[in-house]
Design a protein around this ligand. Structure first.
Ligand SMILES: Cc1cc2nc3c(=O)[nH]c(=O)nc-3n(C[C@H](O)[C@H](O)[C@H](O)COP(=O)(O)OP(=O)(O)OC[C@H]3O[C@@H](n4cnc5c(N)ncnc54)[C@H](O)[C@@H]3O)c2cc1C
Length: 574
């Protein structure tokens, strides 16, 4: 493998090209900074924002289009209620107040928000955990955002380097001074930046069953932690029911309103076998309609718990799912009531499935529990800056505007609001700094990607699958102390095999090894946070502590410089 090394200088480095990245890029450029965009995959074709495994994308705006009683204040209250003490009220307030501007910004670049058929009003629906119908609808998930903002970035001639993986941040004296990257030839590239914006998305690939594209391996969390940035709320990993066969798709929460049939590999109903006594299936499904992500906060949790337990008990299909269908359901009444979200969304959903060969009135599909977005990430301030000066973070990699549960439709708007703030503040900092601070000898000597032995009997793919399977089993829906500790053991074994006994020869293998290394680290961080929270709260469910406990109404903050690796505080008080 080549060891050639080159150095690039820029004002603002933006890592990624998803929704948060592109907004940050345009804002930093608009503020007069020189911007460099670096992406592991292909520009305008990578990340969760671009990934179409949902018929629509929900984008929350409290503009009263769906409910005259909605407002930024009601929106904020919804965020804080769902967050259960774990969201940062200041950041949540910013999100609520700036959401409407974010929608108009996107429209200005040509993003189309659906309108109601009968009136010239935005189409909205009531998404997860919301008290109001405020999710505005973009077709084909968020691809239109990437297309629109990406086209504008290209039109402005902003410098882009793709197929370049950022592997580590350059940290010195509490500041971020750029990043180390690995290109597709295996060469090291040092990028000196006065401001660095991490917009690397989530870490869903850590799990065997997930809804995310293959490039979303948690690199941002892992490298930020290594550099000394604080991470918070990492235990709040969202998961939810998704379609796995015949294609992968998010199973929209409004579909539960039609009371689907759930059966195991032998065609037998199974959910009731796992319900506590006295709880009816109908009551559980009625709650499930309120939100897609698994949440320990209400009885809907028994849907995911029963699916996961049925699979663990060997009642799942060969593909790792169970069956779902609407056979025998009468949709006439359901669809006549236009106040029901399912009635508004059904035409889009039905068509989306039909185009992919599924007739939702007649066909059985397979569903399972899949990893989704993380509500936690880098702790940021109102400028989207982390505790490391010059390191900004926005989108899914950043924490604060969300808590234990997150309103569906809030991540896309978070990407815009905090991507914009990060871009402006990063440009302002870069313009304030006369020059790139010199690197100390010690830091300069360590600017190279981690090394692997390069020889051995393990394949990277097998190790990745071992880690993903263990994460699915012990870290996704059903957590307890024994399982979390077992997961940490698997992390150690996989790391040891990766470092000492795995074939890593080509540049592509090195990228895969670095990704796996990051996935292991994120898994360990998530498990550490989950162990530090012996209670259940929102998306974090502990089978050994199934209720929430007021004593743990504080945030777990991961900090590699702390003697325990983490400390506990209230975000609201920091
Ligand atoms: C099926 C599905 C449905 C969803 N539905 C909704 C919804 O309706 N509403 C909502 O608000 N949210 C939704 N979400 C969540 C939302 O789509 C994501 O959280 C959001 O798009 C993340 O955007 P981002 O800009 O933070 O990151 P991404 O769009 O994931 O982009 C990350 C970028 O970083 C790059 N990158 C990563 N690591 C590196 C590295 N080491 N070096 C260089 N580049 C790197 C990637 O290649 C990519 O370009 C959904 C997600 C999925 C998967």
């Amino acid at each position: 493998m080549s060891t050639f090394r080159r150095e690039i200088h820029t004002d603002v480095l933006v890592v990624g090209s998803g929704g948060a990245a592109l907004r940050a890029v345009l804002e930093a450029d608009g503020a007069g900074a020189e911007v460099l965009v670096v992406i592991k995959g292909e520009f305008r074709k990578s990340g969760a924002t671009f990934h179409s495994v949902a018929e629509v994308g929900a984008f929350n705006v409290p503009d009263a289009a769906g409910d005259p009683l909605d407002s930024p204040e009601v929106f904020l209250q919804d965020i804080l209620t769902a967050g259960q003490g774990m969201a940062d009220p200041r950041l949540a307030g910013i999100l609520a107040n700036e959401a409407e501007d974010a929608l108009h910004y996107l429209e200005q670049y040509g993003v189309h928000f659906e309108r109601r058929e009968d009136e010239d009003r935005y189409l909205t629906y009531r998404a997860c955990f919301s008290s109001k119908s405020r999710s505005h609808v973009i077709q084909d998930h968020f691809k239109p955002i990437v297309k629109a903002l990406g086209t504008e970035a290209s039109r402005r001639g902003i410098r882009v380097m793709d197929r370049l993986m950022i592997v580590d941040l350059i940290a010195q004296d509490g500041q971020c001074l750029g990043a180390v990257a690995l290109d597709h030839n295996g060469d090291t590239v040092i990028i000196r930046a006065k401001s660095t914006i991490l917009t690397t998305g989530g870490a869903s690939q850590l799990f065997a069953k997930n809804l995310y594209p293959s490039d979303i391996t948690g690199d941002g969390y892992a490298m930020a932690y290594r550099a000394g940035a604080h991470l918070v709320n990492m235990e709040f990993m969202q998961a939810g029911v998704s379609v796995i066969t015949p294609f992968i798709n998010l199973f929209g929460n409004y579909l539960w309103d039609a009371r689907p049939n759930l059966t195991d590999r032998n065609g037998q109903p199974f959910v009731e076998d796992y319900l506590p006594e006295g709880l009816s299936l109908d009551a559980v499904i009625a709650q499930k309609e309120r939100h897609f992500p698994f949440s320990s906060s209400d009885i809907s949790r028994y849907i995911e718990i029963s699916i996961q337990k049925a699979i663990n008990d060997g009642r799942g299909t060969d593909e790792g799912g169970v069956y779902m269908d609407f056979i025998g359901r009468d949709f006439t009444q359901i669809l006549a009531d236009k106040d029901r979200s399912i009635a508004r969304m059904w035409p889009l959903t039905y068509q989306w499935y039909q185009e992919r060969g599924v007739d939702l009135y007649k066909d059985k599909i397979q569903i399972t529990c899949s990893a989704h977005a993380i509500n936690g990430g880098l702790r940021i301030d109102a400028d989207a800056q982390s505790n490391l000066k010059g390191l900004f973070a926005a989108g899914e990699v950043a924490a604060g505007p969300h808590g234990a549960d997150r309103l569906g439709g809030n991540m896309s708007v978070t990407c815009q609001v905090f991507g914009g703030r990060a871009g402006r503040a990063a440009a302002e900092r870069a313009q304030r700094l006369a020059d790139h601070p010199p690197l100390s000898k010690d830091v300069a000597e360590h600017l190279h990607p981690a090394a692997f032995s390069g020889q051995g009997k393990h394949s990277l793919e097998t190790l990745r699958q071992d880690l993903q399977k263990a994460a699915n089993r012990y870290l996704l829906i059903l957590r307890d102390e024994t399982g979390l500790r077992q997961f940490l053991r698997v992390c150690r074994q996989v790391r040891q095999a990766l470092l000492e006994d795995t074939c890593v020869e080509t540049a592509a293998q090195k990228v895969a090894a670095l990704e796996l290394s990051n996935m292991i680290q994120v898994g360990e961080l998530m498990a550490t946070a989950a162990l530090a929270r012996p209670e259940s709260r929102g998306s974090h469910y502990r089978e050994d502590h199934p209720e929430s406990d007021a004593r743990f109404s504080r945030n777990v903050i991961l900090d590699r410089n702390h003697p325990d690796g983490h400390f506990i505080a209230r975000l609201a008080d920091l």
